[in-house]
Design a protein around this ligand. Structure first.
Ligand code: SF4
Length: 486
């Protein structure tokens, strides 16, 4: 598995989608997951319920491949469904970790799908195992299932409330039991979750683009720390935690979310364009001839930069969209040829030009270095890199797969040193305040930041219990399975 740039990007976490009260719940869920494919490409699963029985289908790979057989969808009976796209942030990629999870409990069947990451999962798991719990999977999500099963409360909502009061982290949960669909957004609203409607049916999803694909109407984002319960009585809202100001993940706007989505009332596309505008104001390049995005995520910011600076925009780099995760890595015999699997320079537009390259982030820096080199080889006279995020200097513990902080170039190097490493003529990142302005604020409120920006600032809104207890590594069996699943 893997190709030349894959290890040097941040990875989306997961996507969730649920339907209440629709005769084609499974088919709608497959479509919703397809719209959320960018949030996880390793595996997909759907569990449906007809009020009595539950039906499940899961597979490794893309949604289209897992749910292409009409019989698979037809066998997923019932008008209630929850689905999940997986990118393995914890627990490896094997089939037993593919969600949604199902468990038979004293009150009946229970299913759960989870986007995000728990920061105290190892600690909770250790305690649960001591108390006799037997885990079937290696990820963090199953901890929640066990906590629900151990709650002595009467209703499913109260049981889930007991469970979410134990867990910490950034997460969006979908659960179904007793003919109800339940959604929970973590106490700070770090991970996104929205509510929509399709005639008499309700939808819960990670992003609004998943409503568009099935013609559903957006109702609202769940609030930070909100639990919604959808049943015959309609939608009721509960708040299991002390109310806090929302601090949603600002990186969703920079890179993770689809640009046609709206999150917490804001267009992702507009925010990305605004970032480009702010970047052009903060870090102009005198005498530049062209603004070129690193596709695809750099495109809206490059458009904003070009509009604000008046410098022409061109697609000076073309991306190959047909590289899947299964593409074979070039062997040693062809590697020396400099195989360009993902990006190629559009030489005719670059020759002799001073180019402003716009990209979303620099992780380890190896990708940026290759791209700068490629643009130079195509004849560019100067290459000025502009980055639509502040320097990524800290790991994410809330569901985004980032390397350890030590491996992040910006953790130890200054902007000048990074510029030297990637061999650009100049390098500038958007400032933190510039990013906040692009995201609709006048500036970052340092006393009460309006977003999670921990990967730029190291200020984590939720305690890192496992990390602080040095329990961040996966278990030995995890690692073994992760190896064999590759
Ligand atoms: Fe998003 Fe960064 Fe916060 Fe992770 S640490 S949730 S990537 S802003």
């Amino acid at each position: 598995m893997g190709f030349e740039y894959d290890s040097d990007t941040l990875h989306e976490e997961c996507g969730v989608f649920g339907v209440y009260n629709h005769p084609d719940a499974a088919a709608l869920t497959a479509l919703g997951l397809h719209a959320l494919q960018h949030r996880g490409q390793e595996a997909a699963g759907i569990v449906t319920s007809d009020g009595e029985l539950f039906y499940a289908h899961k597979g490794i790979g893309l949604v289209g491949a897992t749910f292409s057989d009409p019989d698979v969808i037809n066998n997923l009976k019932g008008n209630l469904a929850i689905g999940h796209n997986r990118y393995a942030t914890t627990g490896g990629g094997m089939l037993r970790n593919v969600q949604p999870f199902y468990a038979d409990m004293a009150f009946g069947g229970f299913t759960l799908a989870h986007n995000g990451n728990l920061t105290n999962a190892h600690t909770l798991r250790k305690n649960l195992v001591k108390r006799g719990s037997i885990f079937q999977s290696t990820g963090d999500t199953e901890v929640i299932v066990h906590l629900v099963s151990m709650s002595d409360k009467e209703t499913i909502a109260d049981k889930l409330t007991d469970a979410v009061r134990e867990i910490k982290g950034g997460y969006a949960l979908l659960a179904s039991a007793k003919g109800q669909l339940i959604g929970v957004r973590d106490a700070y609203g770090i991970r996104p979750l929205i509510l929509g409607k399709l005639n008499d049916s309700y939808i819960l999803a990670s992003e609004s683009c998943a409503l568009d694909i099935i013609g559903a109407t957006f109702i609202r984002d769940l609030e930070a720390g909100e639990m919604v319960i959808i049943n015959e009585e309609g939608v009721t809202s509960h708040f299991p935690f002390k109310r806090r100001q929302r601090r949603s993940c600002i990186f969703e706007y920079i890179y993770f979310a689809r640009p046609d989505s709206f999150m917490d009332g804001q267009s992702v596309y507009d925010t990305r364009k605004n970032i480009g505008i702010e970047l052009a104001r903060e870090s102009a390049v005198d005498g530049a001839d062209l603004v070129v995005p690193v596709p695809d995520s750099g495109v809206p910011s490059a458009i904003g930069y070009a509009q604000e600076s008046g410098i022409p925009f061109e697609l000076g780099i073309i991306r190959n969209h047909y590289i899947g995760r299964t593409f074979i890595e070039p062997g040693d015999s062809v590697r020396h040829l400099g195989v360009k699997l993902k990006h190629n320079a559009n030489r005719r537009y670059l020759e002799g030009k001073s180019v402003v390259l716009v990209d979303d982030s620099i992780v380890r820096g190896t990708t940026s270095r290759k791209i700068v080199e490629m643009v130079r080889e195509a004849g560019a006279r100067e290459v000025h890199m502009r980055i639509s995020s502040p320097p990524t200097s800290h790991s994410c513990f809330y569901g985004i797969d980032t390397p350890d902080s030590k491996e992040l170039l910006a953790h130890t190097k200054s902007v000048e040193e990074i510029c030297e490493f990637i061999k650009a003529d100049s390098l500038a990142y958007i400032s933190l305040d510039g990013l906040y302005r692009a995201a609709g604020e006048t500036a970052r409120n340092s006393d009460a930041p309006q977003y999670c920006d921990a990967c730029f600032t190291g200020e984590y809104p939720v305690e890192l219990t496992d990390h602080d207890n040095k329990m961040t590594g996966t278990t030995v069996s995890d690692l073994r399975e992760r190896q064999s699943s590759k």
